[in-house]
Ligand binder design. Structure first.
Ligand code: CP
Ligand code: NVA
Length: 300
């Protein structure tokens, strides 16, 4: 594993290794055991979109590992003024031990990896959100004691979260069911992988996807960069809400995960959100532990 660009690139074992190391680093942190595994190393964090969790968890994580992280807003660096990505990649490779990037196009993350001589971590693109899904899998395993054989359903937009959950879930042996409206399906490359892998279904009916699910997951209807489509999307996704009626068809002990930020009254009701708040905020916390594991694997 040289980079973390998308979960499609990782083997099942590489995913499980990250989850296991994440669990260990979480234990060490909770028990006051220092783990300066990246002492003297620096991570650059390029943001072309907003962030709360990703920025804070990477920066804090790097500090806890004995290293240092720098926030690079594209607007305030030469990236925003059009410096080619291949030049940025080669310059930053001479200062840093790794780069985390949050941007729009997956191709930009790939280009950075193609031209850098240091590990690149995808901190969210329109296509994928691998760090988030590693944290989600870690949280599910913590709560359920296993991943293999569990049913995960995703309700809503076939976006970056849907794409990464399908790939991550199937790779660790979960059954994955997705319900999206027409024209909002997951990426074709992901559906191609899912169909070959097996254990996957894509349906229109949210209740069908959620039936018997162990884990119910949703995400915003309008992702970053789609703000202008918000009204149109609210119409298209009415009926794709995680609410009491939907939870009633899932397993009685089903978990709920949401990468956050959440829009109560849109993709999830306030009552379902609050009933599962412990699991959702554990998921947010696990961003820290899972990403520390990723950084140790790539930059250690
Ligand atoms: N879930 C997530 O990636 O959150 P941020 O956008 O706050 O980083
Ligand atoms: N799908 C959302 C996830 C945010 C963490 C977005 O891309 O905006």
């Amino acid at each position: 594993m040289k980079h973390l660009l998308k979960l499609l690139d990782l083997s099942t074992q590489e995913i499980l290794d990250i989850l296991n190391l994440g669990d260990q680093l979480k234990y060490e942190l909770k028990h006051g055991i220092p783990h300066p595994r990246l002492a003297g190393k620096s991570l650059g964090m390029i943001f072309e979109k907003a962030s709360t969790r990703t920025r804070v968890s990477f920066e804090t994580g790097m500090y806890q590992l004995g290293g240092h992280a720098l926030f690079l807003s594209s607007k305030e660096s030469q990236i925003g003024r059009g410096e080619p990505i291949q030049d940025t990649a080669r310059v930053l490779s001479r200062y840093l031990s790794g780069i985390m990037i949050r941007t729009f196009e997956q191709a930009e993350v790939q280009a950075l990896a193609d031209h850098a001589s240091i590990p690149i971590i995808n901190g969210l693109t329109d296509f994928a959100h691998p760090c988030q899904v590693l944290a989600d899998l870690m949280t599910v395993r913590e709560h359920k004691g296993r991943l293999e054989g569990l049913k995960l359903c995703f309700i809503g937009d076939g976006n970056n979260m849907a794409n990464s959950l399908i790939v991550g879930g199937l790779k660790v042996g979960m059954q994955v069911a997705v319900a999206t409206p027409e024209n909002y399906e997951p990426d074709a490359s992901v559906l191609d992988f899912a169909q070959k892998q097996g254990g996957f279904s894509l349906v229109r009916s949210p209740l069908e996807a959620a039936a018997g699910a162990d884990v119910v997951i949703t995400d915003v209807w309008a992702s970053m960069g789609q703000e202008e489509e918000a009204a149109k999307r609210r119409k298209a996704f009415a009926g794709y809400q995680v609410n009491k009626e939907l939870m009633a068809v899932a397993k009685p002990d089903a978990m709920v995960q949401h990468c956050l930020p959440a829009h109560r009254g849109e993709e999830i009701t306030a009552d379902v959100f609050e009933a599962h708040a412990d699991e959702i905020f554990e998921e947010a916390e696990n961003r820290l532990h899972a990403q520390k594991a990723v950084m140790v694997q790539l930059m250690g």
